[in-house]
Ligand binder design. Sequence first.
Ligand code: NAD
Length: 415
Amino acid sequence: MSETERIDSEKITHYQFDRAADAMGLDGETRELLKTPFREIQVKIAVKMDDGGLKVFVGYRVQHNNARGPMKGGIRYHPEIDLHEVRSLAALMTWKTAVVNIPFGGAKGGVACDPKRLSPAELERVTRTFVSMLDTVIGPYQDIPAPDVNTNPQVMAWIMDEYSRRHGYTPGVVTGKPIEVGGSKGREEATGRGCVFVLQEAARDYPLDLGKARVVIQGIGNVGSHAARFISELGGRVVAISDSRGGIHHPEGLPVDRVLAYKAEKRSLAGFPGSRPITNEALLELDCDILIPSALGGVIHRFNADRIRAKLVAEAANSPTTTTADEILEKKGITVIPDILANAGGVTVSYFEWTQNLQQLYWEEEQVNRELKKIMTRSYQQVASIAREKKVTLRVAAYMTAIDKVARATRLRGI
Ligand code: NAD
């Protein structure tokens, strides 16, 4: 994570909020009420390491807003995570759940650690200790964590188990779990799939033929890999894709299934037959129809925004575009589908998972995907229609609809 991102993460969410609040003529009191987090927690996670030594990690949970329902948001494990970043990501969740109109508020959490340097047993102890520290402030009607960067279904299973040890069987305390312990079919693919559903709608508006589009994807984790797969299933050409160490490029399109199998086997993209290597910086600037940043925040910034050549940017990652970059892209006429819409498929299927857990009644994947498509399509159309009517960007329109919903719920409940 760059210095640029750390400085910008909170600024980005406040700036985006204020732009929409200005367009809505929102009063100062409501702004303060909606911007200020509900609760912020920082905890010490002391863990015995495999070598017998002791290590202390710092964990965060920021609960931003619960006007529309229990708070919801992922847990990120990253060595450079800090309270500022978690705070901004928590606010994004409030606006995201409101854009797609699911009955949740927003939260986010993280532990400053590098999971690549931890053994599975150490990772489990870090996770269980973190949950024990958050025990009284999370829960299925209070705050429901989920996966984010460097956390996966196994980590969610440990969270579910640790919480259930103290409170009895409670699968609804966390989403993104493995199917075997109450996860939902289709959850793992949901963020990538939802992003592609939104792109299908946006491409129709643009207009752009998704079946012929040249697509560049930064990141080949949960979100990027599935987005790549669904784009190529629609006939689109994924011309470049990357991981944290760099990417691979082929102007005619990469065979996505084989790339994913190669990455799984070698744990690297380097040397994929027939491709040429490309840095993460150069990848963002490739000539293409659609750019999907699916890794970390702040990657499109003031120094490279002017060189972005995509027609459409779908923000599958959270906050990939800094405020200055956003203005530059707008001036260049590049359409940006904002994160709070483009990557809301994950939290939407998390909502389905939570309802299935509460009812103990499980859906077939076909139902999950059908309902996801309905929500993503409807949300895009609502946002696009506000953007057209108010002559604002998709981002401002998305924030306007989200802020309006949260403000109304707050007023109705009373302060
Ligand atoms: P992940 O850990 O599964 O994958 C992250 C990917 O980014 C990996 O391919 C990694 O190699 C790559 N990466 C890491 N550092 C990088 C760097 N400096 N430059 C380029 N690539 C780098 O994470 P994920 O769950 O796929 O999340 C990716 C993004 O999507 C994050 O911004 C996350 O907040 C957002 N997001 C995830 C979900 C979800 O359901 N997982 C939902 C909404 C938003």
